[in-house]
Design a protein around this ligand. Structure first.
Ligand SMILES: NC(=O)c1ccc[n+]([C@@H]2O[C@H](COP(=O)([O-])OP(=O)(O)OC[C@H]3O[C@@H](n4cnc5c(N)ncnc54)[C@H](OP(=O)(O)O)[C@@H]3O)[C@@H](O)[C@H]2O)c1
Length: 136
């Protein structure tokens, strides 16, 4: 059974991807900050082996600790879905709030890099794996 690691599995696209991959026969590592949402998804996917991790993708130490904590049966990740993120601030640049830009770059860009950096070594060691990322 192959393993998929999905960030932002607690809602939206990440949740839908988890359901689709679970139905396709993957074991799932489901991640997000809202544990209750992940637990609800795991209950919905009752026949699918799941492991839940809660961390903020902007917190590099938390990302590394979470990935390092994976039990052996979930540690060989075959598919990484780097989905976690948000759209912060859609105003024209001249009216934009720099706090929104920081939030976007910290979560959608640096968070993706932190998760990839933590997960990819086990893939490259095994010469296996696929990484998918958001288009923005
Ligand atoms: N919907 C669109 O049309 C669209 C278009 C282009 C790109 N995207 C991108 O696709 C991704 C998913 O979009 P969506 O519409 O499905 O969004 P969503 O429903 O708001 O879901 C976002 C997911 O990301 C997680 N997340 C957000 N910030 C996080 C953080 N700092 N640390 C850990 N997890 C975090 C959330 O989980 P928690 O809140 O539980 O942490 C949630 O599961 C986003 O990255 C978004 O920018 C969406």
């Amino acid at each position: 059974m192959k393993t998929a690691f999905i960030t932002g599995a607690s809602s939206g696209i990440g949740r839908a991807t988890a359901v689709a991959l679970g139905r396709a026969g993957f074991k799932l590592v489901l991640t997000g900050r809202r544990l209750e949402r992940l637990q609800e998804l795991a209950r919905e996917l009752a026949d699918v082996p799941t492991h839940l991790l809660t961390f903020d993708v902007r917190d590099r130490a938390a990302v590394e600790a979470a990935v390092a904590s994976l039990p052996a049966e979930f540690a060989d990740v075959d598919v990484l879905i780097n989905n976690a993120g948000n759209a912060h601030g859609l105003a024209p640049i001249q009216q934009g709030d720099p706090a929104d830009w920081d939030a976007m770059l910290d979560g959608n860009v640096k968070g993706l890099l932190y998760v990839s950096r933590a997960v990819l070594p086990a893939m490259t060691r095994r010469n296996a794996g696929l990484q998918a990322r958001r288009t923005c």
